[in-house]
Design a protein around this ligand. Sequence first.
Ligand code: CP3
Length: 347
Amino acid sequence: MDVTASSFISACYGRNEGRLPIWIMRQAGRYLPEYRAVRERATFQELCRSPQLIAEVVRQPVERFGFDAAILFSDILTVLEPMGADVSFPSGGPQIKNPIKSPDDVNRLKDVDVEETLPFVLEGIRRIKQVMPQVPLIGFAGSPFTLACYLIEGKGSKNFDAPKRFLHEHPRAAEQLLELLADVIGRYLQAQVAAGAEAVQIFESWGGILSRDDFTDWSARLVNRIFTRLKSARVPRLFFVNNVSPYLDALKDIDCEVIGVDYRVDMNQVARALSGKSVQGNLDPAVLFGTPEHVVERATRILDSMDNLDSVIFNLGHGIQPKTPLESVQALVETVHNYRRQSCRTT
Ligand code: CP3
């Protein structure tokens, strides 16, 4: 089948008249026994560097559940390693042992040739397309702001106070950092498309800590630069914003096809505010710890609320949790796939 005719790609462009597409963030992850089995043989970073293992784990959830899109297996922090960040993934979240503390540290970051320094990612994409040519593959990267948060804080954080302070204290160095990241990420996503990715998603996981003005300057502006560069790649561009609601006006102007919506908001209201863009989301991952009946009820409620299903891609409102029951995921996929569109058109 031609991937561009798939329900996922059609929905990205707002013209899906067929079955509703679903994939879920972190779909290749620790809730899957077959993923955990691979992780017994390899550390997370070994896995991210092995094209063969990348292709294996990307295929696992698509085969088990029949998801309508696959996502590259990697991490948003992977691109920072060749730039000079000492990244590791001890249990409890990622760590950077040499965080940026001063403008001088920004000068030390390297501009990288992605083909040369991240060949295993691109080879992973080629292998995925060999084994699953018919399933649309999403390439991805973190946003410049989210990556800057990790580079400066050196680890996860609730409020990322140090990065926010750095950006206001050293605006010139901050601009240099964000521009370098935008440039590298733009080339990285172009390389992913050239290797075979049929859509790209940027994760703005930490945009939600910003004031509205800072979001415009430090998130939206740079993301737009990346997406504009990708326009000629002719693939759908998706932007996931964790905590989307304060920024809806700014998002309207982003040059992309799809906005990924977190679980805190009413997805139909977001769709209305962004008229013209498709939406992706937004079931709370915690719902999956309920009974299958509960999952069906909550997913149906979201679908019933939507005015226009032609531009909906069903997903969770954030990544799936490690101990999520498999029956819940199965129930979710069946609910979305069997959803009768007429039931909401007539109301
Ligand atoms: O969605 C997918 O299936 C694709 C793979 C993917 C991973 N991370 C694999 C992963 C993607 C798209 C990401 C993105 C990512 N990574 C984000 C953005 C999305 C979000 O959550 O907002 C962020 C912030 C990161 C940084 C990161 N990497 C964190 C916070 C963690 C720790 C998570 C944890 O619970 O331990 C990681 C590690 C990571 N990335 C895992 C996976 C499957 C777990 C590693 C393991 O197998 O032990």
